[in-house]
Design a protein around this ligand. Structure first.
Ligand code: SF4
Length: 431
């Protein structure tokens, strides 16, 4: 739900990878030193432009979806300093420590950053070595998130990853022996033909290392990826839904047995202090500001905007922003194309309520309908009393007190998306 008072977060999208994995639908590409150098120069420019905007100098144009009009993105509403920085992508760990230092120095030097900021770096095992681990700590990285995906050699090969299980293990050990506040790793399950036994062995291997946080993502075949083309040709057959559900339940059981508490459908932490502070901002409508191609931003109230997805379009938008002294898009013509921002939308109260349900029911904190009513003037509870009662009877929602608090059971978490879609959202009665 809209979270006007919580400190906002910063996201940096680094769009480069050594190669593009066949399942990945992020805005990524390969790129040599020159391409990367151009990107960094423009990223620093984008940070500088927002710095001026936050200080009240200049305005930010965007293309309002479908209207083709030129409107200003409202000035940033949060007066709080940013308390998370998330370096994601892509593979930000493939940037040299000197370049990462330059980016972090630009953020610290030009934006309000809280002293206790949590800085996350996504890293691929190939980039983890003693020198980099030391540099990342010196730079103030607090959370290291390793893209391990699997310890099973066949799974790694199917996923097109270039690291071996041994390299993944060595990277994880090295990270855990360093003094990051949180070491996290990502795993992917529900691969074609994957048996519960095989997944359990993979997951147990991850648990044995004792990381602070594990994210377990079900394989999704996204349109436009190589896996989607293989699927179309019948060369990739996804697991049946029942088999996926079995692996999901197995994951949650195994994690709970080993002291990893689920706080979101895919996220498990050994303690509350290891939960992702940054991701939570996406789930509860806290403000966040994104830099780099495809990065999204939200003003913490109702406005969302997003950058050009393709690197050349994002670069062109920034290259055309004139003058170091102006804000985003305050250039000569005042027309489109003077900004890396591709579009924006204002979310109506009903949209915000629907999103709050969809995101909140994926978390073990759940959603408080009373709070939604106070914030948006929409009485979800009144309209859906019978539905909520039946979801509780069917063991999809926990019996909570107060009853307005909707908390999914494990069975509910397994079908969280469908659960959210079953709610009727009545019109707002007050703003
Ligand atoms: S390394 Fe990560 S971001 Fe890069 S292509 Fe593979 S899955 Fe996508």
């Amino acid at each position: 739900m809209t979270n006007r008072l919580a400190p906002p977060g910063l996201y940096i999208h680094v769009p480069f990878c050594a190669r593009v994995c066949p399942y990945c639908d992020f805005a990524v590409q390969t790129g040599g030193p020159r391409r990367r150098g151009d990107f960094i120069r423009l990223l620093l420019r984008e940070i500088g432009l927002w710095s001026r905007l936050l200080r009240g100098e200049g305005s930010a144009p965007d293309r309002s979806a479908g209207q083709g009009s030129h409107q200003a993105v409202p000035s940033w509403r949060s007066e709080q300093p940013f308390d998370t920085i998330y370096l994601g992508g892509g593979t930000p760990s493939s940037l040299s420590p000197e370049v990462l230092e330059e980016i972090l120095a630009a953020l610290h030097g030009s934006l309000p950053i809280a002293p206790e900021v949590d800085v996350t770096l996504e890293a691929n095992p190939e980039d983890v070595n003693t020198g980099n681990l030391r540099s990342w700590q010196r730079l103030g990285i607090t959370t290291l998130s390793l893209g391990i995906q699997s310890f099973d050699p066949d799974a790694l090969s199917f996923l097109g990853r270039s690291h071996t299980p041994e390299k993944a293990g060595a990277a994880l050990r090295g990270a855990l022996e360093s003094s990051f506040e949180t070491v996290s790793l990502d795993l992917i399950f529900a691969l074609p033909g994957q048996s519960p036994m095989r997944w359990e062995a993979d997951l147990r291997r991850a648990i044995e290392y004792g990381p602070d946080h594990i994210s377990c993502y079900e394989l999704t075949v996204h349109e436009g990826t190589r896996f989607a083309r293989l699927k179309e040709r019948g060369e990739l057959v996804e697991l049946a839904e029942d088999d996926k559900a079995e692996l999901f339940l197995l994951t949650h059981r195994l994690m709970a047995e080993n002291g990893y508490h689920a706080y979101e459908v895919s996220s498990f932490a050994r303690g509350p202090n290891h939960r992702s502070r940054h991701n939570r901002k996406y789930w509860d409508h806290t403000a966040y500001l994104g830099f780099g191609p495809s990065a999204h931003s939200f003003d913490g109230v109702s406005r969302r905007w997003w950058n050009e997805r393709r690197l050349p379009a994002w670069e062109a938008g920034l290259q055309r922003v004139p003058g170091a002294s102006s804000g985003l898009g305050t250039g000569a013509s005042g027309r489109f194309g003077q900004s890396p921002i591709a579009g924006s939308e204002i979310l109506a109260p009903a949209d915000l309520v629907l999103e709050s349900l969809a995101l909140g029911l994926r978390t073990t904190e759940g959603v408080d309908l009373e709070r939604l009513r106070d914030l948006y003037g929409i009485d979800v509870e009144g309209e859906n009393g019978a539905l909520v009662a039946s979801l509780r009877r069917d063991d999809l929602l926990v019996d909570t007190s107060p009853a307005s608090l909707l908390v999914p059971t494990l069975r509910g978490l397994a079908v969280a998306d469908a659960l959210a879609r079953s709610f009727e959202i009545p019109p707002a009665t007050a703003s």
